[in-house]
Design a protein around this ligand. Structure first.
Ligand SMILES: Nc1ncnc2c1ncn2[C@@H]1O[C@H](COP(=O)(O)OP(=O)(O)O)[C@@H](O)[C@H]1O
Ligand SMILES: [Mg+2]
Length: 286
């Protein structure tokens, strides 16, 4: 009798929530290596990597932000160039252990910085038989719950190293007129990496960034991206905001720069969505 009454309750009422939610929250979370990648520049990769890594750390997860872009934009938000003398070049080329270059940049948050010297690795690593696997080797037995990788805007050896070392991929797509150009290439790259080098790589989601609700084509782009990627598109979109644009200039993440802004709210939501998707997906499934 009591069961019948419960069944009639509409979805979302208190009675249906607790058991499921608790089971999901308790599930052990395997370590995840999440690459933010897109072959185009200026789509919001670095902004997303910095703020998602920061948010994961603030939630209590031991997190490493790993900067694979020789432009070093993510590293420069946290460290000056003199502080990045030891950087991933030495790990990827000289085979120094990752621990030799890592620096603490916050509670639960470490950084493996980049340097412009890493641009030389595009040629130098290509000549080595294990050149595409150097990051994967360096990350063996890492002690982090999350490694968040920022990547360069090209499909060279550095991006390949990132994709081969990752369990998950997030593709940021800028809500602009040219948004869908380039995403085909990125998807091709994803499938090639899965087929040839890293079958465990899992497309965690496609993230729409820098959306401007005042522009009607922004809605069309969201619809187009959703047509192609369906539920792979994150529910959270990142709007174009002044606060997000200016935060790197202040060398701050959005949670420090503007804790009550739309940007910080959206990145907190996105991080929760990423956590949920990591819990529900295993690296074995696409
Ligand atoms: N949501 C946003 N609103 C406003 N400006 C943004 C937003 N996301 C990124 N930007 C700015 O756009 C530029 C490109 O973003 P970035 O994250 O560096 O892209 P990528 O790493 O793909 O090249 C940067 O100047 C950044 O500060
Ligand atoms: Mg970048």
């Amino acid at each position: 009798m009591a069961q019948k009454t419960a069944k009639k309750k509409p979805l979302g009422t208190n009675e249906q929530k607790p058991k499921r939610a608790r089971t999901t929250r308790k599930a052990a979370l395997p370590p995840a290596v999440i690459a933010f990648a897109h072959l185009k520049g200026g789509v919001g990769k670095t902004t997303a990597a910095i703020n998602v890594a920061t948010c994961l750390a603030r939630m209590g997860h031991k997190t490493l932000l790993l900067d694979m872009d020789p432009q070093s934009s993510a590293s420069e938000v946290f460290l000056s160039t003199t502080q990045t003398e030891k950087n991933l070049y030495h790990v990827l080329y000289d085979e120094k252990p990752l621990s030799a270059v890592i620096q603490p940049i916050g509670d639960n948050l470490d950084l493996a910085p980049a340097s412009i010297d890493m641009a030389m690795l595009e040629n130098r690593l290509r000549e080595r038989v294990d050149g595409y696997h150097m990051l994967q080797i360096a990350l063996e037995n890492h002690p982090y719950q999350f490694v968040v990788i920022d990547t360069p805007p090209s499909i060279g050896v550095l991006t390949s190293n990132a994709l081969i070392a990752s369990t998950h991929l997030v593709i940021p797509v800028q809500a602009s007129y040219f948004a869908l150009k380039g995403i085909e290439n990125m998807m091709q790259t994803y499938h090639t990496v899965r087929q040839r080098a890293n079958p465990s790589l899992n497309l965690l989601g496609v993230l729409i960034t820098m959306i401007d609700d005042r522009l009607s084509f922004a809605r069309d782009i969201k619809a187009d991206v959703t047509d192609i990627f369906g539920d792979k598109v994150f529910r959270t979109v990142i709007h174009r905001t002044v606060r997000l644009e200016e935060s790197p200039a202040y060398r701050k993440n959005i949670f420090e720069h503007a804790p009550r802004s739309r940007g910080s709210e959206e990145f907190a939501q996105l991080t929760q969505e990423i956590l949920d998707r990591c819990r529900n997906s295993s690296p074995k499934h696409s």
